[in-house]
Design a binder for this molecule. Structure first.
Ligand code: ADP
Ligand code: MG
Length: 250
């Protein structure tokens, strides 16, 4: 089981953003992808998930040996990839609980009845301390930032992917939200061996997570790769030393 990305080049609106990304991710490990704003972290996450607006110019993505470079997003999800999903659209009349049941049934090829799923949902919500009444609310009907984070972690526990990409964007994450995400990741790891790739800047968060591997992305390329000590180095001296550097340090 491995997710292998080889020499990936990605464009958005005709502009090359990822300029040769190579990395290997193993289930059971926590990875952190760091880099200055605009270095291409989100672009990379969307391209790995198969978002149609991100074009792969060159390179390959192998999921457990299978080439998924040009596979549709829902097939990647079925094969075990997960990208944190932020409920971009409001869906009146579709409850969170129905949405999640459909997603789990589709992805895992199961047929949970409403009653069975209710029990499963209740159990996972309790782990994450989610107010059970949220399940009845319409999708995206005014969820707070903290609630959205909890719901994202809920999806992780329900869908149990082999590879999870969590793009913790710089804005709007308070300390409580970070704690929720960190706790969700620990819980997910207890339940299933998965590779968790977290895109973040927060040092406090990194202390909770204690990533096994840290990747530094600058201007669309990996400029350094190391252990947690690499993140600590960035905390002290920033990304400056990686900018405009030619060779990769391991
Ligand atoms: P990061 O997540 O590391 O902050 P992004 O992947 O969001 O970086 O952005 C990488 C580059 O792609 C930036 O130069 C940004 O301006 C550009 N970019 C992001 N979204 C778009 C878009 N919709 N159209 C064109 N360029 C974009
Ligand atoms: Mg981003």
């Amino acid at each position: 089981m491995v997710l292998e990305i080889k020499d990936l080049h990605v464009e958005r609106n005709g502009q090359e953003i990822i300029k040769g990304f190579t990395a290997t991710f193993h289930p059971g490990k926590i990875y952190t992808l760091m880099g200055p704003n605009g270095s291409g972290k989100s672009t990379l996450a969307y391209a790995i998930m198969g978002h149609p607006k991100y074009g792969i110019i060159q390179g390959t993505i192998l999921l457990n040996g299978k080439d998924i470079t040009h596979e549709k997003a829902h097939l990647r999800a079925k094969a075990g990839l997960f990208l944190s999903f932020q409920y971009p659209v409001e869906v009146p009349g579709l409850s969170l609980s129905s949405f999640l049941r459909t997603a789990v049934n589709n992805l895992q090829g199961k047929k949970y009845s409403v009653m069975e799923f209710h029990a499963l949902l209740k159990e996972k919500m309790a782990i994450l301390k989610i107010d059970p009444t949220l399940g009845k609310r319409d999708l995206n009907a005014g969820f707070s930032g903290g609630e959205k984070k909890r719901l994202e972690m809920l999806q992780l526990l329900l869908l149990k992917p082999s590879y999870a990409l969590l793009d913790e964007t710089d804005s709007g994450l308070d300390v409580d939200a970070l704690k929720i995400v960190a706790q969700g990741i620990q819980e997910a790891r207890k339940q299933k061996e998965m590779a968790i790739i977290v895109i973040t800047h927060y040092n406090q968060f990194l202390k909770y997570l204690q990533p096994d591997e840290v990747l530094i992305l600058v201007q669309g390329k990996i400029k350094a790769h190391g252990g947690y000590e690499l993140a600590q180095r960035i905390e002290k001296s920033g990304f400056d030393s990686f900018i405009n550097k030619q060779e990769t340090v391991s």
